[in-house]
Design a protein around this ligand. Structure first.
Ligand SMILES: [Zn+2]
Length: 611
């Protein structure tokens, strides 16, 4: 039996938290949803797809994906998408809806809670230091150097407050003493990257000294790390928190928590190279900017972005290193299914400089809105290093472009680039088209829909719900659907059929459902699903609850369903009893009788299959 984690948090509290968090709002923070009749649809965040098969029902407070079959209520969703435990999911939703969770006394002392305690301490220490460093920057003499630097970059007080920028004093034990006074253990703080440890003399000390502090918040808005920029010429120029329990560079995106709603509103996100770019763009009114943390964008980050928006504008520095980084990021994001644009900042400037010099409107109009499409950028990028006046170079360049164009799946788009290439280099369009056909054959892309697309389409076109199931199978599912909506129907079925459904999984579901009603719960598919112990059962019940059936059902229809189910049951029982008789006949050495019974069984089995 599955251990029921919910025992630790009282059920009524869980239920209260669940009902206070509307599933459309919560899912909407991760998935772009569009309303179609009563439900919302979007691209499934759990499997890659191009056509939305992920639906959310506000009435039932559940979600379901017809592509991969995942489904459940708001807690299931948070658990799956954040990769957290049931309790952490409850905790996260509790914070959103402002609920307090009573601490259970038996949690203390166990190993797992020891680790939880450590993580909790690290969150708290980060929070304290964010406030401390910010205060030092804003209000003390020590922070003056930091403040001067930020004012030179023309950051306003408001921006400094919004991002909680701070200053860590140039002392070897200021932070150490502060944390010790607050009761934090230095060893834990070293693990969390807040202090450093000198192995030679066995001493703890401040990690960030004499640096401007940029707090790095996780996607829930909690500080989980710091980036420190030196202002006294110390090396390195930027010192980041190391990888810790809280701080995972490859997964976090700087400013994602603040930018999230704006990203969804504008339907695009701007990916910057540095935190300073994000901050100065924010100050200039471009609030949907994010950045990686001093590393190249990862697959996980690309997928995260794709879950929110299609359009990603890469806005890196326009020096050689920046353009190379753009090329890598563009390819990764393109592969993740994003509509990639690449901005070009004139005169080799970085975004921060450009905004200061030309203002936000110019940045919007001449940089972001004039960004190149993915292919446009790639073609220009490939041109680097070739002297197009030189014939050999020109041919090699054209070959490279053709390789790229051949990868495009949309014929219209291919045609567009081929025409451009043909006119630019005075080539025959037919020849280019033939080159593309040859290349696509070699790449196994003869057809315009490659294998992965058609696989997705197959899944979308044939959702599980629409599968041709035997009549009794459908009857059972339909009945369960109505039983979840209406306690009186459940009672009627319980009296006539009881647990005698034909499919094992349906037997289990109705048993849970009868128990659910007996405990006095009102009809509520979302709440019922939460009480099921097994994830497979949860997704099956969700699938049933999401079926598009008429809202009302007549008594006559219920009777019909029940009849189909019991008839099937008795046929099955008949077979079982005939099989016994057959064995008996064989035992009594009566082959004729045994053969007659065998024929009967065969007929019954055939009729079982056909309806
Ligand atoms: Zn899915």
């Amino acid at each position: 039996m599955v251990i029921d984690m919910s025992n630790r948090i009282p059920e009524n509290v869980v239920e209260d938290i669940r009902t206070s968090n509307d599933i459309v709002d919560v899912v909407g923070e991760y998935v772009q949803l569009k309303k179609k009749s009563r439900n919302y649809f979007g691209l499934c965040p759990f499997h890659g797809e191009k056509t939305p098969s992920f639906s959310v029902s506000p009435d039932k407070q559940i979600f379901h994906c017809f592509g991969c079959g995942k489904g459940g209520n708001v807690l299931t969703f948070v658990r799956e998408i954040e990769g957290v435990s049931f309790q952490e999911a409850v905790q996260m939703l509790a914070e959103k809806s402002g609920h307090q969770i009573p601490q259970s006394p038996n949690e203390e002392g166990t190993e797992a809670s020891g680790q939880n305690q450590e993580i909790q301490n690290l969150y708290e220490a980060h929070e304290w230091l964010t406030k401390l460093y910010h205060h030092l920057l804003r209000h003390t003499k020590e922070g003056k150097d930091g403040m001067e630097y930020l004012q030179e970059r023309e950051l306003t007080q408001e921006t400094i407050d919004t991002f909680q920028l701070g200053y860590a004093p140039n002392s070897k034990d200021f932070t150490l003493k502060f944390l010790q006074n607050k009761g934090f253990h230095p060893q834990t703080m070293v693990k969390g990257g807040l202090l450093s440890y000198n192995e030679d003399n066995g001493e703890y000390g401040d990690r960030f000294r004499g640096r401007i502090i940029f707090p790095i918040r996780n996607h829930q808005g909690k500080t989980v790390g710091f980036a420190g920029r030196s202002v006294h010429g110390q090396d390195p120029k930027y010192l980041n928190s190391p990888e810790t329990e809280l701080f995972h560079k490859g997964k976090l995106l700087f400013n994602f928590d603040l930018a999230r709603s704006e990203i969804r509103r504008q339907g695009e996100v701007v990916l910057f190279e540095g935190q300073m770019d994000v901050i100065s763009a924010y100050q200039a009114g471009i609030k949907h900017g994010i950045a990686t943390l001093g590393t190249a964008i990862t697959d996980a980050q690309a997928k995260l972005l794709r879950r929110y928006v299609e359009k990603v504008i890469i806005c890196y520095d326009s020096d050689d290193a920046g353009v190379d980084a753009s090329y890598k990021a563009a390819n990764l994001l393109h592969k993740a299914g994003c509509d990639v644009r690449v901005a070009n900042i004139p005169d080799g400037k970085d975004p921060d400089e450009y905004i200061h010099k030309h203002g936000s409107e110019a940045f919007r109009n001449h940089v972001l809105d004039s960004s190149a499409t993915y292919m446009g950028f790639i073609i220009k990028y490939l041109r680097r290093g070739f002297n197009l006046h030189h014939e050999g170079d020109r041919i090699r360049y054209i070959e490279k472009v053709l390789d790229e164009v051949a990868k495009i799946d949309k014929p219209v788009e291919r045609d567009y680039y081929l025409r451009e290439l043909a006119s630019e280099h005075d080539l025959s369009l037919e020849v280019l088209e033939k080159e593309i056909t040859d290349r696509r054959k070699k790449q196994g892309r003869e057809k315009d829909n490659n294998a992965s697309t058609s696989y997705t389409n197959y899944k979308v076109d044939k959702p599980k719900e629409a599968k041709l199931l035997p009549a009794y199978h459908n009857a059972e599912r339909h009945l369960i659907y109505y039983m979840m909506q209406d306690a009186a129907i459940a009672e009627k079925v319980q009296d006539t059929v009881g647990g005698a459904f034909n499919l094992n999984e349906h037997q289990v579901i109705v048993t849970y459902l009868y128990a659910y009603y007996e405990e006095g719960h009102p009809p509520n598919p979302g709440q019922f699903i939460e009480q099921l112990p097994d994830p497979n059962m949860k997704s099956l019940v969700t699938e049933i609850a999401m079926m598009k059936l008429q809202p009302d059902i007549s008594d006559q229809e219920i009777q019909d369903y029940i009849r189909v189910i019991t008839a099937k049951k008795s046929e099955k029982d008949n077979i079982t009893s005939l099989e016994k008789q057959q064995k008996e006949a064989e035992r009594q050495k009566d082959p004729v009788k045994a053969a007659q019974i065998a024929m009967e069984i065969l007929k019954l089995k055939q009729s079982l299959k056909s309806n």
